[in-house]
Design a protein around this ligand. Structure first.
Ligand SMILES: [Mn+2]
Length: 234
């Protein structure tokens, strides 16, 4: 039986000239009935168009911080590791992909990337720019949650998971600042940090700041994000 192709955007290790994706993303897609597919790092417009046509849905994965110039800011001292090569390839792909109505699930760097692509900005470091407090950068293992997320009651994401409260892991130090146009925030951490949003220009555009792919074995709600993506991709 043919399965929907779920393309994953890999990280790029520039020092070694190597793309890489954590197996847990691939496994989460497999567990949810999709066919995982790794995208090549390229800025070639024709290759990108071919890839966009081929995939039925996309997962924008975690990784390095996006360069702040992409949202009109200079580098803040709190900004983390950058990867200009990935920024260039992934943003070129995202720009083309977002012209379609195909579904996406964006995770960690992914929610930040999506906010940038829709014209929003980021906190380059939560502790330095918003103040210290809630732990958003937990120690491993990442299979257990460390903070709560309150979802919009009756929102799109609350319907996916069947609850308006989630307990999530947290491995980020950046977050949505000014929200991009066409996006709606659907979930906040208890300190007010944006943790979940949706894009209103397509049937399924979901972005989360945590890592559901780490919790698919132990947390039913986490698996539901991937199942919903693949259902939308069919
Ligand atoms: Mn968090």
């Amino acid at each position: 039986m043919k399965k929907p192709i779920i393309a994953l955007y890999p990280s790029y290790v520039a020092s070694e000239g190597r793309q890489q994706v954590l197996m847990r993303y691939i496994r989460a897609v497999e567990m949810s009935g999709g066919a995982p597919f790794l995208l090549p790092l390229t800025t070639d417009a024709d290759i990108i168009e071919t890839m966009v046509d081929m995939c039925d849905g996309v997962i924008f994965t975690g990784g390095d911080d996006a360069h702040p110039r992409h949202y009109g800011a200079c580098l803040h001292e709190g900004c983390g590791d950058l990867c200009p090569e990935r920024d260039a390839g992934e943003m070129a792909f995202a720009k083309q992909f977002l012209k379609t109505k195909k579904p996406f699930l964006a995770i960690c760097r992914g929610i930040q990337l999506i906010n940038i692509m829709y014209g929003g900005t980021l906190y380059q470091d939560i502790n330095l720019e918003r103040g210290r407090g809630l732990v958003h950068r937990q120690q491993p293992p990442y299979t257990h949650g460390t903070h709560g997320v309150k979802l919009n009651k009756d929102g799109f994401i609350a319907k996916i998971v069947g609850s308006d409260e989630l307990w999530v892991n947290s491995m980020h130090h950046q977050a949505v600042k000014q929200l991009g146009k066409g996006l709606v925030i659907e979930g906040y951490a208890t300190d007010g940090v944006t943790e979940a949003l949706i894009a209103t220009d397509r049937p399924f555009g979901v972005a989360v700041q945590w890592h559901p792919e780490c919790m698919v074995d132990t947390d039913e709600a986490s698996l539901k994000f991937f199942k919903a993506l693949i259902k939308a991709a069919k």
